[in-house]
Design a protein around this ligand. Structure first.
Ligand SMILES: [Zn+2]
Length: 259
Protein backbone atom coordinates (compact mmCIF):
# COMPACT_ATOMS: atom_id res chain seq x y z
CA UNK A 1 0.00 0.00 0.00
CA UNK A 2 1.53 3.36 -0.99
CA UNK A 3 1.91 5.92 1.83
CA UNK A 4 -0.51 8.87 1.79
CA UNK A 5 0.82 11.66 -0.46
CA UNK A 6 1.15 14.11 2.44
CA UNK A 7 3.34 11.73 4.45
CA UNK A 8 5.49 11.02 1.38
CA UNK A 9 6.09 14.72 0.69
CA UNK A 10 6.87 15.41 4.37
CA UNK A 11 9.39 12.54 4.41
CA UNK A 12 10.94 13.71 1.14
CA UNK A 13 11.22 17.30 2.36
CA UNK A 14 12.80 16.09 5.63
CA UNK A 15 15.51 14.27 3.67
CA UNK A 16 16.09 17.27 1.40
CA UNK A 17 16.22 19.43 4.54
CA UNK A 18 18.98 17.25 6.04
CA UNK A 19 21.08 17.58 2.86
CA UNK A 20 20.46 21.33 2.60
CA UNK A 21 21.32 21.67 6.30
CA UNK A 22 24.64 19.97 5.59
CA UNK A 23 25.34 22.61 2.92
CA UNK A 24 24.28 25.40 5.30
CA UNK A 25 26.93 24.13 7.74
CA UNK A 26 29.53 24.67 5.03
CA UNK A 27 28.23 28.23 4.52
CA UNK A 28 28.24 28.89 8.29
CA UNK A 29 31.84 27.76 8.59
CA UNK A 30 33.27 29.29 5.42
CA UNK A 31 31.41 32.58 4.75
CA UNK A 32 32.86 34.42 7.80
CA UNK A 33 36.33 33.15 6.76
CA UNK A 34 35.76 34.39 3.20
CA UNK A 35 36.37 30.90 1.80
CA UNK A 36 34.64 29.37 -1.23
CA UNK A 37 31.48 27.44 -0.35
CA UNK A 38 31.86 25.04 -3.32
CA UNK A 39 35.57 24.15 -3.22
CA UNK A 40 37.40 22.28 -1.75
CA UNK A 41 35.37 19.32 -0.43
CA UNK A 42 34.65 19.05 3.31
CA UNK A 43 37.63 18.39 5.57
CA UNK A 44 38.34 18.17 9.27
CA UNK A 45 38.81 21.75 10.50
CA UNK A 46 41.52 20.59 12.96
CA UNK A 47 43.80 18.22 10.98
CA UNK A 48 42.71 19.13 7.44
CA UNK A 49 42.09 15.54 6.31
CA UNK A 50 39.45 15.27 3.57
CA UNK A 51 36.24 13.57 4.73
CA UNK A 52 35.03 10.28 3.25
CA UNK A 53 31.41 10.13 2.07
CA UNK A 54 30.36 8.14 5.16
CA UNK A 55 31.71 10.92 7.41
CA UNK A 56 29.51 13.41 5.57
CA UNK A 57 26.08 11.86 6.15
CA UNK A 58 23.93 14.46 7.95
CA UNK A 59 23.41 13.80 11.70
CA UNK A 60 24.20 10.05 11.37
CA UNK A 61 27.96 10.57 10.88
CA UNK A 62 28.20 12.89 13.86
CA UNK A 63 26.45 10.31 16.05
CA UNK A 64 28.54 7.36 14.76
CA UNK A 65 31.80 9.30 15.18
CA UNK A 66 30.55 10.43 18.63
CA UNK A 67 31.34 14.02 17.68
CA UNK A 68 35.07 13.44 17.08
CA UNK A 69 37.38 13.36 14.06
CA UNK A 70 38.40 9.75 13.20
CA UNK A 71 42.06 10.71 12.69
CA UNK A 72 42.99 13.46 15.13
CA UNK A 73 40.19 13.04 17.69
CA UNK A 74 39.35 16.76 17.63
CA UNK A 75 35.78 17.41 18.80
CA UNK A 76 33.25 18.23 16.07
CA UNK A 77 30.81 20.93 17.20
CA UNK A 78 27.26 19.76 18.01
CA UNK A 79 26.24 22.84 15.99
CA UNK A 80 26.59 20.66 12.83
CA UNK A 81 23.86 18.08 13.63
CA UNK A 82 21.75 20.80 15.29
CA UNK A 83 21.77 22.89 12.08
CA UNK A 84 20.97 19.77 10.00
CA UNK A 85 18.07 18.74 12.24
CA UNK A 86 16.72 22.30 12.41
CA UNK A 87 16.80 22.60 8.61
CA UNK A 88 15.07 19.21 8.23
CA UNK A 89 12.41 20.28 10.74
CA UNK A 90 11.90 23.63 8.96
CA UNK A 91 11.59 21.90 5.54
CA UNK A 92 9.04 19.38 6.86
CA UNK A 93 7.13 22.18 8.61
CA UNK A 94 7.28 24.39 5.51
CA UNK A 95 5.61 21.74 3.37
CA UNK A 96 2.93 21.18 6.04
CA UNK A 97 2.21 24.92 6.47
CA UNK A 98 2.53 26.13 2.87
CA UNK A 99 2.09 22.91 0.84
CA UNK A 100 4.22 22.27 -2.26
CA UNK A 101 4.02 25.73 -3.84
CA UNK A 102 6.12 28.58 -5.17
CA UNK A 103 5.54 30.42 -1.88
CA UNK A 104 6.87 27.46 0.07
CA UNK A 105 10.05 27.40 -2.07
CA UNK A 106 10.63 31.13 -1.48
CA UNK A 107 9.93 30.86 2.26
CA UNK A 108 12.29 27.86 2.58
CA UNK A 109 15.10 29.77 0.85
CA UNK A 110 14.37 32.64 3.28
CA UNK A 111 14.49 30.19 6.22
CA UNK A 112 17.87 28.86 5.02
CA UNK A 113 19.27 32.41 5.01
CA UNK A 114 17.91 32.91 8.54
CA UNK A 115 19.52 29.68 9.82
CA UNK A 116 22.92 30.70 8.40
CA UNK A 117 22.62 34.25 9.84
CA UNK A 118 21.50 32.81 13.20
CA UNK A 119 24.61 30.63 13.54
CA UNK A 120 27.15 33.11 12.10
CA UNK A 121 25.93 35.96 14.33
CA UNK A 122 25.96 33.69 17.37
CA UNK A 123 29.54 32.61 16.73
CA UNK A 124 31.18 35.63 15.07
CA UNK A 125 28.88 38.59 15.85
CA UNK A 126 28.62 39.46 12.15
CA UNK A 127 25.86 39.26 9.55
CA UNK A 128 27.55 38.91 6.13
CA UNK A 129 26.41 41.23 3.32
CA UNK A 130 26.64 38.30 0.87
CA UNK A 131 23.46 36.95 2.48
CA UNK A 132 21.50 40.04 3.54
CA UNK A 133 21.91 42.20 0.41
CA UNK A 134 20.96 39.53 -2.19
CA UNK A 135 18.23 38.53 0.31
CA UNK A 136 16.65 42.00 0.12
CA UNK A 137 16.66 41.84 -3.70
CA UNK A 138 15.31 38.25 -3.83
CA UNK A 139 12.55 38.96 -1.31
CA UNK A 140 11.45 42.09 -3.16
CA UNK A 141 11.56 40.32 -6.56
CA UNK A 142 9.45 37.40 -5.28
CA UNK A 143 6.90 39.82 -3.76
CA UNK A 144 5.85 40.92 -7.27
CA UNK A 145 4.29 37.48 -7.80
CA UNK A 146 3.64 36.18 -4.29
CA UNK A 147 2.55 37.38 -0.84
CA UNK A 148 3.10 39.83 0.80
CA UNK A 149 2.96 41.86 -2.48
CA UNK A 150 5.49 44.45 -3.57
CA UNK A 151 4.01 47.43 -1.68
CA UNK A 152 4.13 45.66 1.68
CA UNK A 153 7.59 44.33 0.82
CA UNK A 154 8.89 47.79 -0.07
CA UNK A 155 7.48 49.31 3.13
CA UNK A 156 9.00 46.35 5.00
CA UNK A 157 12.46 47.05 3.53
CA UNK A 158 12.36 50.81 4.18
CA UNK A 159 10.63 50.46 7.56
CA UNK A 160 12.77 47.59 8.83
CA UNK A 161 16.04 49.15 7.77
CA UNK A 162 14.89 52.65 8.75
CA UNK A 163 13.73 51.87 12.29
CA UNK A 164 16.93 49.99 13.23
CA UNK A 165 19.05 52.71 11.61
CA UNK A 166 17.23 55.30 13.76
CA UNK A 167 17.64 53.18 16.93
CA UNK A 168 21.33 52.64 16.17
CA UNK A 169 21.81 56.38 15.65
CA UNK A 170 20.03 57.34 18.90
CA UNK A 171 21.91 54.65 20.85
CA UNK A 172 25.22 55.89 19.47
CA UNK A 173 24.46 59.54 20.37
CA UNK A 174 23.27 58.66 23.88
CA UNK A 175 25.80 56.00 24.84
CA UNK A 176 28.73 57.01 22.65
CA UNK A 177 29.22 53.43 21.44
CA UNK A 178 27.76 51.14 18.85
CA UNK A 179 24.84 49.02 20.10
CA UNK A 180 23.44 47.83 16.80
CA UNK A 181 25.49 47.04 13.73
CA UNK A 182 24.67 47.80 10.10
CA UNK A 183 24.29 44.01 9.69
CA UNK A 184 21.18 44.11 11.90
CA UNK A 185 19.80 47.00 9.82
CA UNK A 186 20.24 45.07 6.55
CA UNK A 187 18.92 41.85 8.07
CA UNK A 188 15.64 43.43 9.23
CA UNK A 189 15.29 45.06 5.78
CA UNK A 190 15.67 41.55 4.28
CA UNK A 191 13.01 40.19 6.65
CA UNK A 192 10.69 43.04 5.61
CA UNK A 193 11.35 42.22 1.95
CA UNK A 194 10.26 38.59 2.36
CA UNK A 195 7.47 38.89 4.95
CA UNK A 196 6.08 42.41 4.37
CA UNK A 197 5.89 45.22 6.92
CA UNK A 198 3.35 43.83 9.47
CA UNK A 199 5.30 40.58 10.02
CA UNK A 200 8.59 42.54 9.95
CA UNK A 201 7.25 44.68 12.82
CA UNK A 202 6.14 41.53 14.67
CA UNK A 203 9.63 40.04 14.14
CA UNK A 204 11.22 43.13 15.72
CA UNK A 205 8.89 42.89 18.75
CA UNK A 206 9.51 39.13 19.18
CA UNK A 207 13.30 39.51 18.79
CA UNK A 208 13.48 42.43 21.26
CA UNK A 209 11.35 40.52 23.75
CA UNK A 210 13.43 37.32 23.45
CA UNK A 211 16.65 39.33 23.58
CA UNK A 212 15.55 41.12 26.77
CA UNK A 213 14.62 37.85 28.48
CA UNK A 214 17.93 36.19 27.57
CA UNK A 215 19.84 39.36 28.52
CA UNK A 216 18.16 39.58 31.93
CA UNK A 217 18.73 35.84 32.50
CA UNK A 218 22.45 36.21 31.66
CA UNK A 219 22.82 39.20 34.00
CA UNK A 220 20.87 37.44 36.78
CA UNK A 221 23.05 34.33 36.47
CA UNK A 222 26.19 36.49 36.60
CA UNK A 223 27.32 35.52 33.10
CA UNK A 224 26.78 38.86 31.42
CA UNK A 225 26.42 42.57 32.08
CA UNK A 226 24.56 45.51 30.56
CA UNK A 227 27.51 46.30 28.29
CA UNK A 228 27.78 42.80 26.81
CA UNK A 229 26.49 42.83 23.25
CA UNK A 230 23.97 40.10 22.49
CA UNK A 231 23.90 38.82 18.90
CA UNK A 232 20.68 40.63 17.89
CA UNK A 233 20.70 38.94 14.45
CA UNK A 234 20.37 35.57 16.20
CA UNK A 235 17.18 36.80 17.88
CA UNK A 236 15.92 38.40 14.64
CA UNK A 237 16.33 35.01 12.92
CA UNK A 238 14.23 33.23 15.56
CA UNK A 239 11.62 36.02 15.53
CA UNK A 240 11.35 35.92 11.73
CA UNK A 241 10.94 32.12 11.67
CA UNK A 242 8.12 32.35 14.22
CA UNK A 243 6.56 35.26 12.30
CA UNK A 244 6.76 33.36 8.99
CA UNK A 245 4.93 30.34 10.42
CA UNK A 246 2.58 31.77 13.05
CA UNK A 247 2.69 35.53 12.43
CA UNK A 248 -0.77 35.97 10.90
CA UNK A 249 -2.63 34.22 13.78
CA UNK A 250 -0.49 36.11 16.34
CA UNK A 251 -1.30 39.48 14.69
CA UNK A 252 -5.02 38.60 14.41
CA UNK A 253 -5.10 37.65 18.10
CA UNK A 254 -3.33 40.86 19.11
CA UNK A 255 -5.47 43.14 16.93
CA UNK A 256 -8.66 41.51 18.25
CA UNK A 257 -8.12 43.41 21.53
CA UNK A 258 -8.66 46.70 19.69
CA UNK A 259 -11.92 45.89 17.95
ZN1 LIG B 1 40.90 15.75 12.29
Amino acid sequence: MPPPPMLASVLASTLVGLLVGSFLNVCIYRLPRRESIVWPASRCTACGRGLAWFENVPVVSWLLLRGRCRTCGAPISPMYPIVELTTAFVFAGGVIVYGPSALSAVRLAFACALIVLFAIDLRHRILPDVITLPGIVAGFAASWFLPPGWISSLIGIAGGGGILLAIAEVYYRVRGQEGLGMGDVKMLAMIGAFLGWPLMALTLVLASFAGSIVGVALIASGRGNLQAALPFGTFLAVGALVAAVAGDPILAWYLAFYR
